[in-house]
Ligand binder design. Structure first.
Ligand SMILES: NC(=O)c1ccc[n+]([C@@H]2O[C@H](COP(=O)([O-])OP(=O)(O)OC[C@H]3O[C@@H](n4cnc5c(N)ncnc54)[C@H](O)[C@@H]3O)[C@@H](O)[C@H]2O)c1
Length: 286
């Protein structure tokens, strides 16, 4: 099948719809294109061990297919959504882009790191300028998966009780989607290297317990909180995420939303979009 091209509100951008892994035909879709933003992925971290091939297929192999189509079409700019998960349980916190080569703790992170390797090699081999963005978890409008979604959904079903994976002291960083988009724009206009790697996050973190406080307050609830005993909620859950964002800030970018504002904005988005909860529950991403 051919990829479908869908116009977006910005006249310069087109959204492609199709299946990257099961072989929809990418051969001509990038001809005449200036830049490709590759965002499609399996973004579930938590259930990686239940599907050991999925991250490899939907992330690494799919990314290789996109890179090949980009190369063949002569596209010279490639942007990629990686993740802070590539740092595993980082030894250096706040974690900079050039942190010591990390031990991988999730199939998702490993598959994204493999993508990063391919992208850098394609950049060097074929003169494609590349941007690799390592996001923390993204919050805000159009949010469909992650801890705020899961907690909100639980509280809709049973407002008197919230079950939390892990002991609630996990320290996590979050970025509002509008700040994420602005950071991407800023970095693209100012980067000069062939391969440009950026952490995208806020300079700080909150504990899961803080986030629960903001979510329940926004919902006007005071549930019984049932915590686990472990410092991690699941395999690959990183108990401390705090990325060093000096590099993107040196380009003149600053986030406008604090973590608290981003969490509260997400709850308000979920409250005004009840249809989202007829969909199947998704999982934590980063
Ligand atoms: N949301 C976050 O907190 C976060 C954090 C770090 C990185 N990221 C990365 O940002 C990107 C976007 O994340 P998101 O949260 O919007 O995820 P999402 O799951 O909402 O969107 C990913 C999209 O990719 C599509 N997709 C998956 N496999 C595909 C394939 N083989 N062919 C075509 N399409 C395919 C899915 O159908 C989905 O529409 C992903 O690359 C994700 O890994 C997200």
């Amino acid at each position: 099948m051919e990829f479908l091209k869908e116009a977006l509100s910005h006249p310069k951008f087109t959204l492609l719809r199709g299946d990257l892994y099961f072989g929809d035909d990418l051969s001509n879709v990038f001809v005449g294109v200036d830049a490709v933003f590759h965002l499609a992925a399996n973004a579930d971290v938590r259930f990686g061990p239940d599907h050991p091939a999925r991250d490899l297929e939907q992330n690494t192999i799919a990314t290789h297919k996109v890179l090949e189509a980009v190369r063949k079409a002569g596209v010279k700019k490639f942007m990629f959504s990686s993740t802070g998960s590539v740092y595993g349980e980082a030894k250096v916190v706040p974690t900079p882009e050039d942190a010591p080569f990390p031990i991988q703790t999730s199939l998702y992170g490993a598959s994204k790191l493999a993508c990063e390797g391919l992208i850098a090699a394609y950049a060097e081999s074929f003169g494609i300028k590349a941007w690799i963005f390592r996001f923390v978890s993204i919050l805000g409008p159009r949010y469909t998966h992650g801890h705020v979604y899961d907690f909100y959904q639980q509280l809709l079903k049973h407002p008197e009780k919230l079950v939390v994976l892990g002991n609630g002291y996990q320290k996590k960083s979050y970025l509002h989607v509008s700040d994420c988009v602005e950071a991407i724009h800023k970095s693209i206009s100012k980067s000069t290297d062939l391969v440009n790697i950026f952490n995208l996050g806020v300079d700080g973190y909150c504990e899961v317990r803080d986030s629960i406080g903001w979510i329940t307050e926004e919902m006007g609830l005071n549930p019984e909180l049932v915590f686990g005993t472990e410092s991690k909620g699941w395999i690959g859950d990183n108990p401390l995420i705090h990325l060093n964002t000096t590099k993107i800030e040196s380009m003149g970018w600053k986030p406008r939303f604090t973590i608290e504002e981003a969490v509260r904005d997400t709850v308000r988005f979920l409250s005004s979009n009840p249809d989202l909860f007829s969909q199947v529950s998704r999982n934590e991403t980063i």
